[in-house]
Design a binder for this molecule. Structure first.
Ligand code: MRU
Length: 329
């Protein structure tokens, strides 16, 4: 199934529980908004575009279960804040809310929100295919592409942004290999990118995040390609570690590309005004159940970082490739 979808028979949101991959493939059903908010906070569903769809489906759950307007408003605010950095979450919530408000009864509002949420989900797949079409022209037969985190079908409703570009290039007959960085501390690269590429039989090699510089220096990487959580006035916010790869790519004259739908663009905003999600210390103190650091050590664990446009060769969107990106993007 897709990463996230609405089940019309049960009236629930269904999602692949990404915290269990690659060991277990399980589908979670959310009937209430608080369950979905919990799933978002725990990263059962994650990745900017998937969060956009989750936000919209969350509004449907809010209208389905909540009659009182004040509580509903409160719940929707909590949903928007569940993860603050990817702009897609509030984008999805706002679109579904606006659609809902055209209805006069709660029932009408609920069905308008559902129509819009389904539209957002369908659009996401179509947009990713377009990104794939434009982006695949930038990849050459034989390229080895380094990627960070997971900007694949699991981060979207389907197909993927950065990994979608690779999928389309392969569909067009190009031989592409991927180097996936493990993406500590939650390992979206090793758990999710490696898993979904292997599902599609796309050649992938796993490395630790700290190997990025060495493999680039050794000439093992032709291009770096990542997704985005938010494109702002001066650059791109994406998974922690993205900036490090961009600096190293620049030092070795390796093109650094970002693939992102326009729904991730928030270019009126400066990166300084965007909240970078800070996650709990347990993600660094433990690896699964195993303690890997003294419990009383001070921990700093931001989930995202900022990469300025001067390090980015181009941004691939559904409307085309933006080269020479600068502040007026
Ligand atoms: O914390 P996550 O797993 O939600 O972070 C995801 C990323 O940083 C992705 O690179 C980004 O959302 C783009 S997904 C197409």
């Amino acid at each position: 199934m897709r990463t996230i979808e609405w089940d019309d028979e049960k009236d629930v949101v269904k999602l692949i529980d990404q915290t269990l991959l690659p060991g277990d493939y399980k589908i979670v059903e959310c009937t209430r908004l608080d369950e979905l908010i919990e799933a978002i906070k725990k990263l059962k569903v994650r990745g900017a575009p998937a969060l956009g769809a989750a936000g919209a489906f969350g509004v449907v759950l809010a209208f389905m279960n909540e009659q009182d307007e004040a509580t509903l408003k409160d719940e929707v605010e909590k949903l928007k804040k569940a993860r603050p950095t990817a702009v897609n979450l509030s984008y999805g919530v706002n679109r579904a809310l606006q659609a809902a408000m055209r209805g006069r009864s709660m029932q009408e509002r609920c069905s308008y929100a559902l129509e819009e949420a389904k539209r957002i989900a369908e659009e996401d797949v179509a947009v990713n295919k377009k990104i794939g079409d434009y982006g695949s022209a930038l990849l050459e037969d034989g390229d080895v592409v380094l990627t960070h985190c997971n900007a694949g079908r699991l981060a979207c409703v389907d197909w993927g942004t950065a990994l979608g570009v690779i999928r389309t290039a392969i569909e067009k007959g190009k031989r592409i290999e991927v180097i996936a960085c493990e993406t500590r501390p939650l390992n979206q690269g090793s758990r999710l990118t490696a898993w979904e590429l292997l599902q599609d039989e796309i050649p992938v090699t796993l490395i630790t995040d700290s190997m990025g510089a060495a493999v680039m220096r050794e000439g093992k990487v032709n291009k770096v390609l990542v997704g985005a959580d938010r494109v702002v006035k001066e650059g791109v916010l994406n998974k922690i570690g993205t900036y490090m790869h961009a600096v190293v790519a620049k030092a070795h004259a390796i093109p650094f590309y970002v693939a992102a739908p326009l729904s991730s663009f928030d270019t009126a905003q400066s990166y300084k005004a965007v909240e970078i999600e800070e996650r709990g210390p347990e993600e660094l103190l433990f690896f699964g159940e195993k303690q890997i650091a003294p419990l009383d050590v001070k921990v700093y664990n931001p989930a995202f970082d900022f990469t300025p446009f001067e390090l980015i060769e181009a941004i691939i969107t559904e409307k085309g490739v933006i080269r020479d990106v600068k502040e007026d993007v």
